[in-house]
Design a protein. Structure first.
Length: 257
């Protein structure tokens, strides 16, 4: 990696950390950047996942005031996120690489659609919130499990999925829902990262680029802290437009090389 490529990955990490704390689609910044600097898609995906864990942590800490009183639901839903992340990360490691190459452009496209339509989704959720249960019920648990599988396998816009699920089934404000989303995303990323690191250390299969991980980790830690502090002031349409443009570039890069 050249010095300028390293700067690009670091900057992408900062942007992703901030975006993940507020919106939840930062991987649409870091993953394409890693692919652009020459990392194979699976290595880029795994390294991105491991590197974003510190940013997820700082984002969750930044929302600690909104987490008060949510311990019970987060323990319950955290089990679903952890199990789902294990399933998704195992699928990533053991399915053929060709499957990833085919599936990921579709997942990125889905993530972009979710980012674009998130405002409408939030309005729809607000209309349903009066019928929500305090802890979401079994349907929310299953939905969080599925989001964990998605996050363990790829992860871009898993935060948007989680906000949609939590906002639909919980009787709570959007900021508290976002705080819960940050914790569940941290569990998904952390669980998958531990599995990926273990595979790299205990087997001959190296799926982690530690240089890229370090750059993303430093950047995401800074971005996660800043995103939790000032991210709500960013113009949402501009941010969404930027994310979608990055996603389209990633699709073109993956499909056409």
């Amino acid at each position: 990696m050249t010095p300028w490529e390293a700067v690009a990955v670091l900057a992408a990490g900062i942007a992703a950390g901030g975006i993940n704390a507020v919106v939840g689609s930062g991987s649409l910044i870091t993953f394409p950047t890693m692919v652009a600097v020459g990392l194979p898609p699976i290595v880029a995906n795994v390294s991105n996942n491991v590197g974003l864990v510190p940013g997820s942590l700082t984002g969750a800490i930044g929302y600690r005031a909104e987490l008060e009183g949510q311990r019970g639901r987060l323990v319950r839903l955290g089990v679903a996120s952890t199990v789902g992340a294990l399933v998704g990360s195992v699928l990533l490691l053991f399915l053929p690489a060709e499957t990833f190459d085919v599936v990921v452009p579709v997942l990125i496209g889905l993530a972009c659609v979710l980012v674009v339509f998130q405002p409408r989704l939030n309005r729809w959720l607000a209309a349903r919130r009066e019928h929500a249960r305090p802890h979401g019920g079994p349907l929310l648990w299953i939905g969080v499990l599925a989001a964990g599988v998605y996050g363990g396998y790829f992860g871009a816009a898993q935060g948007v999925l989680l906000i949609g699920l939590l906002g639909s089934f919980l009787d709570d404000g959007l900021q508290r829902v976002n705080a819960a989303k940050n914790v569940l995303s941290l569990l998904v990323n952390g669980t998958a990262a531990l599995l990926f690191i273990g595979v790299s250390l205990l087997s001959a299969r190296n799926v982690v680029d530690w240089g890229a991980v370090a750059l993303v980790a430093v950047g995401a830690s800074i971005g996660g802290f800043l995103g939790a502090k000032v991210g709500r002031r960013l113009p949402a349409p501009v941010l969404r437009g930027f994310i979608v443009c990055i996603g389209v570039v990633a699709i073109v890069k993956l499909v056409y090389g």
